[in-house]
Design a protein around this ligand. Structure first.
Ligand code: NAD
Length: 261
């Protein structure tokens, strides 16, 4: 369904971003990857996504999304490597947890820059090309924390709420064009980073890993199960596919009932 389309996916060297890159590549898109990681991990991601695109390594940008100039350059590099950026997925993100009166200022600024401000710079840089070609899809990976709050996550919750606000505003500005802008709001997704929180939580509270997962990490996720990366990637595929042109400015929850509770 994505034959002939091109996609730039930020933070796609692991987790959700890599899952979306694989899903798009298998659907026929040509994809550019971005993100940090050990050289071996980046090489593996490029080879895997490249194989799904029919061979060779997938193009890759090492842009540090905390730097606006690097975000702009990444979009230019993607347009040069792929010929266009038809689809932009703003996915890169980091987390830090502390009470607001103890929150390190540099960590707060970094989370806002990477999780939120980079989305603005990437959209601003990619939109003119989409308008010129008369088609485009912007998918912002927000979070359940784009719609509700949890304690000790002031930077992350602020950034993700801002992503939802930016999504709605851009959607209104492009409402009469064949371009859409939507957000996905996942609950806890089974990625190596999220899974790694279970063991320490179990130790800290002196409970089994199963109890730590259900009662502590997934406290607010009524399904009491992980969302899988493939499930998020399927939603991201729908949003850029042929039948989603009427979906614009939405914040789509995929959270096992969290936002409903
Ligand atoms: P992850 O850590 O596996 O992936 C994050 C990606 O972002 C990596 O590729 C990393 O290298 C990249 N990245 C980090 N800082 C960067 C920077 N400065 N410049 C460029 N790339 C950078 O995490 P994930 O769980 O796959 O999360 C992906 C997105 O989904 C994030 O925005 C996260 O907030 C969101 N999300 C995750 C969950 C979850 O439970 N895993 C839930 C809701 C939302």
């Amino acid at each position: 369904v994505l034959a002939g389309r091109t996609a730039l996916i930020t933070g796609s060297t692991s987790g959700i971003g890599q899952g979306i890159a694989m899903m798009y590549a298998k659907a026929g898109a040509r994809v550019m990857l971005n993100g940090f990681g050990k050289p071996k991990e980046i090489a593996r991601a490029r080879a895997e996504v490249g194989a799904a695109m029919g061979g060779g390594d997938a193009p890759y940008s090492a842009a540090d999304l905390s730097k606006p100039e690097a975000v702009r350059q990444m979009v230019k590099d993607a347009e040069a490597a792929l010929g266009s950026v038809d689809i932009l997925v703003n996915n890169a993100g980091i987390q830090f947890v502390a009470p607001v009166d103890e929150f390190p200022e540099d960590k707060f600024d970094a989370i806002i820059a990477i999780n939120f401000t980079s989305n603005f710079h990437a959209i601003k840089a990619a939109l003119p090309g989409m308008k010129a070609r008369g088609w485009g899809r912007i998918v912002n990976i927000a979070s359940a924390h784009g719609l509700v709050a949890s304690p000790n996550k002031s930077a992350y919750v602020s950034a993700k709420h801002a992503v939802v606000g930016l999504t709605k505003t851009v959607a209104l500005e492009i409402a009469r064009t064949p371009i859409t802008c939507n957000a996905i709001c996942p609950g806890f997704v089974r990625t190596p980073l999220a899974e790694a929180q279970v063991g320490p939580l179990a130790k800290q509270h002196g409970v089994s890993e199963e109890a730590a997962l259900k009662d502590l990490l997934l406290e607010h996720q009524p399904s009491k199960r992980w969302i899988e990366v493939e499930e998020v990637a399927q939603m991201a595929l729908y949003l850029v596919g042929p039948n989603s042109g009427g979906v614009n400015g939405s914040a789509l929850s995929i959270d096992g009932g969290w936002f409903a509770s």
